[in-house]
Design a protein around this ligand. Sequence first.
Ligand code: PLP
Length: 413
Amino acid sequence: MGDQATEQRRNVSLEKAKRFRGYAFSYLEAKKAVPTGFQLTEKYHEQKRRILEVLNAGDKNWSDWKWQLANRISSVEVLGKILPLTKEQRSNFKEIQSKFRWAFTPYVASLMDPEDENCPVRKQMIPDIREMALTGATDFSGEEYSSPVNNLVRWYPDRVAVHVTNVCAGFCRHCLRRRKIGEVDKTIPEDNLEEILQYLKDNEEIRDVLFTGGDPLTFSTAHLDRLLTALDEIEHIEIKRIGSRVPIVLPQRVDEELCEMLSRHHPLYINTQVNHPKELTPDSSRALNLISRAGIPIHNQSVLLRGINDSTVIMKVLSHELLKARVRPYYLYHCQGTIGIEHFRTPVETGIEILENLRGFTSGLGVPNYIITPSGLGKTPLAPDYQVSSGDGFILLRNWEGTVYRYENPGHS
Ligand SMILES: *Cc1c(COP(=O)(O)O)cnc(C)c1O
């Protein structure tokens, strides 16, 4: 008898395991169409050679982050030597750049596929005439209505974001803060900084300060050290965060000196933004690894972008690659209605469906929170609904696979 029961349990288990393998194999097949930056290193290397030739520079320049920043590609003439551009694109550029600045590091350019106009890195960085539709709001998330002090945004009881600079290593076309990018690189003036620090000192409930921008890691190590020290000196500030795409678009910036400095400002967290697996390369992984080794947890904030990462398989490969680099997927943002980025936006349902297809199908560590940011109202999480209905003393739930079950609800007898 006992043996029979054991056998029956084993058969149920085997049946289930077979079904699970089926899901996994479909994914392994689908993922072949999504190469990561590690699989593209040869192509990247080739493109790097070409760019160095165009810029008349060498390997030593390439690994110097200040050279990368100073030599951001921002002219049609240079770009046209790196990638094929049509006549139409060239003339469009003139129109677009009069309204929205564009520039990105030679490193980012090396990740762009010259043969593929739909390359996810190109789409994130190269201006597109659809930006000139000019639909959307300059300040969609209403930051200017939540700034008790210039360049400080307060949406919450206990934490604030501070825009410390407008400098970026690459200006994403989907930027939600493009109103701040302007024509030239600018960091906040000293008196504004004083004002912000005074606000933080005067508001003892602020326990979490997020430096963002622009990109704070474009600062010199000494300057960033000074800013972080100023926060350290305010007793009620418990944690500090830096929002930065530098590890992804300017990995050369992340060196021992920077990490040694950062490690003197614990507890410090870094949030980065990777939107596609091809952005994770040996270079960015080295940068992420150095940051982790300095004791800084790294989280990722992706933006859901049409034609770039709006599919389950891409987001799943991305999650896996991030976890391999010890980066935890944190947020997946629904693309905001910022001016000139309508063509990147997906229906809200796309994100929910991606989450639905991640939960259970992969490590819970790899499932981000899906976030909508309405004007001035903070972040609102959206998720698939796993509660089907409720009754007297019970609820009906469904699991990740869709099996509906009844769950007794304690305290409702
Ligand atoms: C995103 C953001 C934060 C941090 O939000 P968390 O959900 O705590 O990560 C804080 N303030 C502002 C203004 C923000 O935009």
